[in-house]
Design a protein around this ligand. Structure first.
Ligand code: T1G
Length: 713
């Protein structure tokens, strides 16, 4: 019996403990071990009942996701799930009462194992769920058939399509859990099992009848769910496959439903969508691992914080700290600016409250954690200061010189700069080891990405403290190198360059935005600019010009600057790339002026405008991103290609089902990406040059994910 499974008799109950750290994932050996242990218990004269329990912090967090990579074809998957379904039926056929004792999480295959037991008991903090769709698959071990029998089709559909866990008390009320154990879970479960043995009570979930009205209700719920997914899960396969499996089971019964589930699972598990989402699952966990920062690097405690600058970004950053329960000072140069900043913060909380996500008491309690100030009083008590003043080098250096003087030597000094050289601020502060970038994305209290920019002298414990803080602020922290624009904005400049040039060449703003939103981005480049503000980009462009820099090689379109000169900053001024009903409105219409400006710019550049195909738009933009991403990797400004994917998925809403710009490039095929770069160089100019890493990988027949992690900074 593999070590992964322990077997013991306690008070005439066989206790089977799964011990596969860290999350008791169902690897093939664990499946076999469970199967053998239950058979042993049924043959064991000393056992009247059986309890299945997890060692460590959780029950079972699902199948071992890594295993799916070996499933190359539908047939591979069908063969494997054939064995799994048979195993779960054997569990259900246990002659002795079989009780799952759940603590921590019972997710995916873990919940399916629990539902194949006769009864489920749980600690009050336990959670159950079917998060498979988050991996681009569906429950593949009977979940789409057993869960509707326990919890009803409607709740089962919700759980299997949104992938969110359900807390034990709600699961109890819904029939998924039979009893909440208050004290020690193991002894409570043993007592529960003994009681069932005394009554010789077993119960097969698959045999739970679904009355005709429940079938009708379930089929209605399927239709309703399909309609809502058409809006919320555009371009995704797995959520719809869940509905298909549940519906088929309701119409044809458990056995046929199980076969349909296995077929649909097999379709999903070999899909690009699932490979992309599985890639992101692990990439998101890898970002926290910095090659030269050991896991046991000491981290500091962040008990009090401060933010300098109460503008849109500064206010959002202060909200992150307050939302995490961390008191934060919010400093502005004068009272008027401070009042504006605090008013915006209150408005943001009131919007959240109006959506029922916060109570008035919670709003007041959270805002009370933000102390507005026009002085540095109290800065000597804080553990971190985030500078969020206007994107100007001199202003930022002056601010770092000040905060370097008024804070404790161990205080972390972070900058929310989106482009500028962190080492300059570090020098100005007089304490370079404590300085780094904390680059938030707008709106800062919403977007999940935190680009942690490592300076030349940033101390390792400041990095590890930042990564820990990111989790606490409910952000995904990614450590990147200190090059111009870091990773996110450096690559974005190439994305925008192509968007502008495609406009001049003949595509329209609407067409370009449609292509990218159809691809899965929440907004296209032009819609995004109108939200972020055309003025923000223009001021950075002008500042760069003043220091002899541009954001991306190649022709710089004049159209965005023309809009800026006209005072068309986007939604906030009621006009930008689109026209809006009023300043601040989101209702937009096309504006023929943009076509006119594009024609004038094209004429000036001697370009004959032409119809541009949707495919070319997507290819040019994603190729520009991947090519520049390859440079970022090669120059060591990102640790792994996966880190770049996480930056784009969480920073710009790059579609998860594509896996991010680097994974997408691997999916397209690097030889194709390289030949596109060369084609564009021949068609448009030498500003298109293949990244050396791209050429190297193609030559060696490798992809972006075969590169070893680099040490950034
Ligand atoms: N398989 C393999 N590794 C896993 C894993 C899994 N299911 N879950 C976690 N890990 C690794 C993870 O990569 C990390 O590794 C470590 O465990 C700790 O995880 C048949 C088909 C349970 C809520 O989708 O949501 O069952 O980085 O950092 O924050 O129908 O892990 O340390 O090397 O996330 O405390 C369905 C996935 C699978 C749940 C814990 N199950 N896991 O969160 O720790 S598909 C899931 C989670 C399936 C069936 C189908 C979370 C967690 P490393 P962590 P955490």
């Amino acid at each position: 019996m593999p070590e992964l499974i322990r077997y013991a008799i306690s008070d005439r109950v066989a206790v089977i403990t799964i011990d596969n750290p860290p999350v008791n994932a169902l690897s093939p050996a664990v499946w076999t071990g469970i199967d053998e242990a239950i058979a042993r218990a049924n043959a064991d004269p000393q056992a009247d009942a059986i309890v299945l329990i997890g060692a460590g912090s959780t029950f079972i967090a699902g199948a071992d996701i890594k295993v799916f990579d070996v499933l190359k074809t539908r047939d591979d998957s069908m063969k494997r799930s054939d064995g799994t379904h048979a195993l779960l039926r054997r569990m259900e056929d246990s002659a002795k009462p079989l009780v799952a004792a759940i603590h921590g999480n019972a997710l995916g295959g873990g919940m399916e194992v629990a539902m194949s037991c006769h009864f489920r008991v749980a600690g009050k903090d336990a959670k159950v769920g079917q998060p498979e769709v988050l991996l681009g698959i569906i429950p593949g071990a009977g979940g789409t058939q057993r869960l509707p029998r326990l919890a009803g089709a409607e709740l089962a559909l919700t759980m299997c399509t949104d992938g969110k866990p359900v807390a034990a008390p709600k699961a109890r009320a819904a029939g998924m859990i039979d009893e909440i154990i208050e004290g020690d879970l193991s002894s409570g479960a043993i007592a529960f099992a003994k009681a069932k043995a005394a009554k010789k009570e077993t119960r097969k979930t698959r045999d739970i009848a679904v009355p005709a009205d429940a079938v009708k209700g379930g089929l209605d719920a399927c239709a309703k769910m399909r309609a809502s997914l058409a809006k919320t899960a555009r371009g995704m396969r797995a959520p719809f496959a869940v509905v298909d499996a549940v519906e088929f089971g309701l119409q044809n019964g458990f056995d046929k439903g199980s076969v349909r589930e296995r077929e649909l699972f097999a379709d999903c598990v070999v899909s690009t969508e699932s490979k992309a989402l599985r890639h992101l699952f692990f990439a998101e966990r890898e970002v926290a691992k910095i090659p030269d920062v050991p896991k046991d690097t000491p981290t500091g405690d962040i008990r009090r914080a401060a933010v300098v600058g109460a503008g849109t970004m500064g206010g959002g950053i202060a909200m992150n700290y307050a939302n995490a329960g961390i008191p934060v000072l919010l400093k502005e140069i004068d009272q008027a600016a401070l009042d504006r900043g605090m008013a915006t913060i209150r408005k943001n909380y009131e919007v959240t409250m109006s959506k029922g996500k916060l109570t008035p008491e919670q709003v007041e309690k959270t805002i009370a954690l933000i102390t507005p100030t026009t002085s540095y009083d109290g800065f000597d008590q804080v553990d971190i200061v985030t500078e969020a003043v206007f994107e100007n080098m001199d202003l930022k250096k002056a601010t770092f010189a000040e905060i370097g003087k008024v804070t404790r030597p161990d205080c972390i000094l972070a900058s929310n700069s989106s482009t500028l050289d962190i080492d300059e601020f570090a020098r100005a502060s007089g304490r370079p080891a404590q300085v780094l970038g904390h680059h938030y994305f707008s709106p800062a209290n919403v977007m999940k990405l935190l680009e942690i920019v490592r300076g030349r002298d940033t101390d390792k414990s400041v990095l590890s403290t930042s990564l820990k803080l990111a989790k606490r602020l409910n952000k995904v922290g990614v450590v990147v190198g200190n090059c111009f624009g870091f990773v996110a904005n450096r690559m974005l400049a190439y994305y925008m360059r192509e968007a502008y040039l495609l406009l001049e060449e003949g595509a329209s703003v609407e067409q370009i935005d449609r292509v990218l939103t159809t691809f899965g981005l929440p907004v296209g480049p032009y819609g995004m600019q109108d939200i972020a503000g055309i003025d923000v980009g223009a001021r950075i462009r002008h500042y760069l010009k003043s220091i002899g820099k541009s954001r991306a090689e190649g022709p710089q379109s004049e159209v965005p600057d023309r809009l800026y000169e006209m005072g068309r900053y986007g939604q906030k001024t009621g006009a930008g790339w689109y026209k809006y009903d009023a300043p601040g409105s989101r209702n937009r219409t096309s504006d023929p002026l943009i076509e006119q400006l594009a024609e004038e710019a094209a004429t000036k550049r001697g370009i004959k405008r032409r119809p541009v195909a949707d495919d070319e738009i997507l290819a040019r933009i994603t190729t520009a991103l991947a090519n520049e991403g390859a440079r970022v990797l090669d120059e060591g400004f990102a640790t792994r290609a996966g880190d770049i994917d996480i930056v784009y998925v969480y920073g710009f809403g790059f579609p998860r089902q594509s896996g991010g710009p680097m994974f997408y490039a691997d999916t397209v095929g690097l030889p194709t990406v390289l030949s596109r770069v060369k084609e564009y160089r021949d068609r448009f100019g030498d500003y298109w040059q293949p990244a050396p890493l791209l050429e190297r990988l193609v030559k060696e027949g490798r992809g972006f994910y075969s590169e070893a992690p680099a040490t950034v900074g």
